[in-house]
Ligand binder design. Structure first.
Ligand code: CA
Length: 427
């Protein structure tokens, strides 16, 4: 049976609304109080399967370098290549099946190999080699462009031809749950004669998915869209926190810099691209037709539901402020990666490609507060009565994402962060 077969069942109990059924098997890195060494695991139901234990027990296919699952990042495993990814996923799927005795009936092995998710500390699952952030939602680009340049010139002339992006910061990517400090920066409002250096006043999130590159490319060579798709190890939730006021002043002429360099949150669980195969769908029609190196045959987007919850400072209850879908993206992750290599730019294992803010056609599907509050002109009222245009200290933003199967969902866990007060600016 294929690891994606909807009929598969595990001996681990998994409710239908749990993100981690046997059809998912996402990879993460975790540690426990009993064993503080970070190592790789796979989430299933409310437990984590310790892959270092399973590998030591000789229950996984041979990988070029033994011991990769005992390492603190998934990079060495990712570097082992798509054939190994598939073989390992198949072996894990088999071990967890309800009708497979090897692990199910070995009490001692089960004792060592399973950890309750609530008892585990989750770490950044990969060493991020580089972080590129795209801008591939037509709705988001149109909304942002309308606010900046007006509806006539919302999309720049290049947008329908090129997956637009900039090189961002890899080393401020943090894992789900890490607090995010409000950044300081230069801002210059219309009434300021000159810029001031102060705490950001228009702090925002950007709802994104990220593709994790699992295969390197050679400098000077480019890959096709199909090769790009095969090079993607998996996908993870990504919040590209953004300081809109700092961005507005600094972005001319080279694009965002410090406004998006202070923190980027990713989920703790990387869902294998293979687990998303049943949810592949066509994206929006691309018109004009892309240049030949960007043309894709068949569906390259994913039917992946996304939700953003905002818990205002001091509240016990979250308000869902956005529900949208990854399938709305104009440029697919495979096109983004193919384009990224097109000049001869070398890609590395562990490169993270942010999709760009994911907004849909409806107002309730907008993937940033900039769009939801229309630049602050239409503040949102939350369920507890608080009003927000941008984020305040103590606010928590939580992303969730899942592909809905028949009777199960392939989910991504959460990518959450709470805003803490800015540092004091120098006198
Ligand atoms: Ca972004």
């Amino acid at each position: 049976m294929s690891p994606n077969d909807p009929a598969l069942r595990s001996f681990i109990d998994v409710p239908a609304d749990c993100d981690f059924p046997i059809q998912n098997l996402p990879y993460g890195v975790f540690s426990t109080a009993a064993n503080p060494k970070p190592r790789a695991g796979v989430a299933i139901g409310d437990v984590i399967l310790d892959l270092a234990v399973i590998e030591s027990a000789g229950l996984l296919p041979k990988i070029s370098r033994p011991g990769v699952f005992g390492e603190a990042t998934l990079n060495a495993f990712m570097a082992s290549g798509p054939r190994t990814w598939a073989g390992v996923r198949e072996a894990i799927s088999k071990l967890l099946r309800h009708d497979e005795a090897t692990l199910r009936d070995n009490a001692e092995l089960r004792q060592n190999a399973f950890v309750a998710r609530k008892d585990a500390k989750l770490h950044l699952p990969l060493r991020v080699s580089a972080f590129t952030d795209f801008y591939s939602s037509k709705e988001h680009a149109t909304n942002a462009g309308t606010m900046i340049r007006g509806p006539e010139n919302a999309l720049q002339a290049n947008w329908l031809h090129i997956p637009i992006a900039y090189n961002s910061r890899a080393n401020t990517i943090v894992v789900d749950g890490t607090p995010v400090r409000r950044p300081l920066g230069q801002i210059k409002g219309p009434d300021h004669p000159s810029p001031i250096f102060t705490a950001c006043r228009r702090l925002d999130f950007e709802l994104e998915m990220a593709a994790v590159v699992g295969q390197p490319t050679t400098m000077g060579e480019y890959i096709s869209v199909d090769q790009a798709q095969a090079s993607i190890f998996g996908f993870v939730l990504l919040n590209d926190w953004s300081a809109r006021d700092i961005q507005a002043w600094e972005y001319v002429p080279l694009g965002p810099f410090m406004a998006k360099a202070f923190a980027t949150t990713i989920g703790a669980w990387i869902v294998p691209a293979e687990a998303l195969e049943p949810f592949r769908v066509h994206g929006p029609k691309q018109d004009p037709e892309p240049l030949p190196y960007l043309r894709q045959k068949g569906p390259m987007n994913y039917d992946l539901n996304l939700q953003v919850d905002l818990t205002p400072a001091g509240a016990s209850q979250a308000t869902t402020i956005t529900r949208t879908n990854f399938s709305y993206m104009y440029w697919s992750s495979a096109q983004q990666l193919a384009h990224h290599t097109s000049s001869g730019c070398a890609m590395s294992v562990g490169d993270v490609l942010g999709s760009g803010t994911i907004s849909g056609p409806e107002k309730s599907q907008r993937g940033s507060m900039l769009e939801l509050s229309w630049g602050g002109k239409e503040p949102m009222t939350l369920d507890d009565g608080s009003v927000r245009s941008f984020l305040e200290d103590g606010d928590t933003v939580t992303f969730r994402g899942w592909c809905q199967g028949k009777g199960y969902r392939v989910g991504f866990g959460t990518a959450a962060g709470t805003i803490t007060p800015a540092a004091n600016p120098p006198e």
